[in-house]
Design a protein around this ligand. Structure first.
Ligand code: PMV
Length: 349
């Protein structure tokens, strides 16, 4: 099997065979916010997420030995500006590792609104990592793929795996190589938990401040950042225990306080970064009322105004109905734990 695989990879290096990969977004229950190394994308804190079963990204990569530049299409349109720059920089990394200088044709279809805090960069760079590694004949196991995906967008490291996933910040001391090696994602054991995330899309438009810029500003200027990073460590320990115990209320409480704390760090940045909109607070109020009514429902928000409500799968329709009524202009989706990134059969290996 193994030698067949290596033969296929060697073949892939000689002939420009396309590779297509699918990856799903993930939503963090203990957030990644703040980098300690921007180039290597090493985070300040460990984070933990759930990979979703909806909103996949499908990405096809084909080397083009004759081309003078990379050609990238996102949702049928040629990519330009920052989006193109990030994909080309990522491909450069793959080229550096393989010694293959070929440019590539990249075609990516996202089912989720890009740049709206709905984790499109997570599914996008996870799919690109898997497809580009295969197209360039780079033989990486899943753990190594999480390190590669991390370089495109930090949260993408977690989308390589399905279900619940932790992304280790990695060691602070030691060499650059040790830090890079230690900052990888891995699946987290979960007990008897049957969760759903109800996603309230209150605004699908792109965010005003990119998460990259917002993180940097928060770390550099927010007096609340360090206390949050410290409490986040406790949140991670508590979250692992709550997941193992299948305790949805404990999972939800920790997720909600971790997310609100993250947004507090941004609100205290100078100048403030505020992703939360009036409709976000309307959903948060509705979630509190659901809890008053005895339904375990807990909110989390990322770099955007949209709210993801964690609840039991059995309550998902009820929670979705309550959220839909609270924000009539928005749309509501229900997600459950989904699979890790994968290469499509016949996609180049
Ligand atoms: O991967 P990035 O750079 O898009 O950062 C995303 C960070 C949050 O979504 C806000 C939190 C997280 O852990 O996913």
């Amino acid at each position: 099997m193994r030698s067949d695989h290596l033969t296929a990879l060697a073949h892939a290096r000689d002939t420009a065979v396309p590779a297509t990969a699918v990856a799903h977004p993930n939503i963090a229950l203990v957030k990644y916010w703040g980098k300690r190394d921007e180039h290597l994308v090493l985070p300040r804190v460990d984070s933990l997420s759930m990979t979703l079963d909806i909103l996949p990204t499908t990405t096809r990569v084909c080397r083009d030995p004759a081309a003078g530049r990379d050609r990238v299409t996102l949702n049928g349109r040629p990519a330009a500006g920052e989006a193109l720059r990030r994909v080309v920089a990522f491909l450069d990394l793959v080229r550096e590792r393989t010694g293959l200088a070929h440019r590539a044709v990249v075609d990516s279809e996202n089912t989720v609104a890009t740049g709206a805090g709905l984790a499109s960069s997570a599914s996008g760079f996870a799919a690109l990592a898997v497809a580009a590694a295969a197209a360039y004949g780079l033989d990486l196991d899943a753990t190594a793929l999480t390190r590669l995906a991390r370089r495109g967008s930090g949260s993408a490291a977690r989308s390589i795996f399905g279900g619940f996933v932790v992304w280790h910040a990695g060691p602070d001391a030691g060499t650059v190589a040790e830090a890079d090696l230690g900052s990888h994602a891995e699946p987290v054991p979960v007990g008897d938990l049957d969760p759903a995330l109800v996603i309230a899309v209150v605004d699908g438009g792109p965010k005003a401040v990119s998460s990259r810029v917002a993180m940097r500003r928060t770390v550099d200027t927010s007096p609340l950042y360090e206390p949050w990073a410290v409490s986040s460590k406790e949140d991670l320990t508590g979250m692992r225990a709550a997941l193992l115990a299948g305790d949805i209320a404990a999972v939800g409480e920790i997720a909600e306080r971790n997310a609100l704390g993250m947004h507090a760090t941004m609100l205290a940045a100078r100048p403030a970064v505020r992703y939360l909109a009036p409709a976000t607070l309307t959903v948060l109020d509705r979630v509190l009322r659901l809890r008053d009514d005895g339904i375990p429902a807990y909110a989390t928000m990322d770099a955007g105004p949209n709210v993801k409500v964690l609840c039991r799968r059995a309550d998902a329709d009820l929670v979705a109905g309550a959220v839909r009524a609270a924000v009539p202009g928005g749309s509501v989706l229900i997600a459950t734990p989904g699979p890790g990134a994968r290469l499509l059969a016949g996609g180049g290996r």
